[in-house]
Design a protein around this ligand. Structure first.
Ligand SMILES: Cc1cc2nc3c(=O)[nH]c(=O)nc-3n(C[C@H](O)[C@H](O)[C@H](O)COP(=O)(O)O)c2cc1C
Length: 220
């Protein structure tokens, strides 16, 4: 069941339809993601989602104030369809709900339109329209612990796909050093270090991000 979902899985970066998941769906996600050494917290209560949103936006604001972060993000965007196909990596405009544009114009539009207020408003719509958030926390802060988190997340993502559900990262409160402890405290785990934050819900699939073939990325 999970293997069959691999070709369909994607990070769906659009707004979702706002409908809640059934108890059975939540149970299947939780059960599939469960691994020894990882805590998976599913947050679905509206008030908690609103509180989490504030921390996600705090992380996003800090990232957008960091020119190095913005430069790196820009370097991963494949503005034109031609470059997207040629490089077969990164983020294509359409996969994030933006039109393709010529390579000379894309960065200019990005500089004009990528503003903190607009992005935070977009994130609010994405989180409010989601059925919930999943937070993955390794019990051990070690490479082994982080690998288990990755495995747990992949199983969660594939089960969501198999159930016809969508997911996407909203990892900003993890990625910003100053927000991460605040986020851990809010989760009631002040002494721990949360590792991944993912939203989930229902939506139509978006165009897929392109990827290189397995032969091109595995060195035998
Ligand atoms: C550790 C990790 C953190 C990520 N954090 C974010 C994030 O904060 N925001 C986001 O939009 N995508 C995030 N992504 C998702 C990537 O953007 C996504 O994997 C990429 O778009 C590839 O798309 P696909 O999953 O559809 O193949 C993250 C992915 C990983 C593996």
């Amino acid at each position: 069941m999970l293997c069959g979902a691999i070709p369909m899985r994607q990070s769906t970066k659009s707004e979702y339809d706002g409908t809640p998941l059934s108890a059975a769906e939540l149970h299947q996600l939780e059960e599939c993601a469960a691994r020894e050494g990882v805590n998976v917290l599913l947050i679905t209560e509206r008030r908690s989602l609103d509180q989490a949103l504030k921390l996600i936006q705090a992380g996003n604001s800090a990232q957008m104030d960091d020119p190095d972060f913005v430069d790196e993000l820009k370097s991963w965007i494949r503005f034109s369809a031609k470059t997207s196909i040629k490089q077969a990596d990164g983020l294509s405009g359409p996969s994030a709900g933006n039109p393709s544009s010529p390579d000379w114009l894309g960065p200019i539009l990005f500089n004009l339109m990528f503003k903190k207020k607009t992005e935070n408003r977009k994130i609010a719509k994405q989180v409010v329209s989601s059925a919930g958030l999943a937070v993955f926390v390794a019990e051990d802060e070690t490479p082994e612990g982080w690998i288990e988190v990755g495995r747990s997340f992949e199983r969660f993502a594939l089960m969501a796909t198999a159930l016809g559900l969508c997911h996407a990262h909203v990892n900003m409160p993890i990625e910003v050093r100053t927000v991460r402890p605040e986020f851990a405290k809010w989760l009631g785990m002040a002494e721990r270090r949360p590792d991944l934050v993912v939203r989930f819900g229902r939506a139509e699939p978006m165009p897929m991000s392109l990827r290189r073939s397995v032969d091109e990325v595995i060195i035998a």
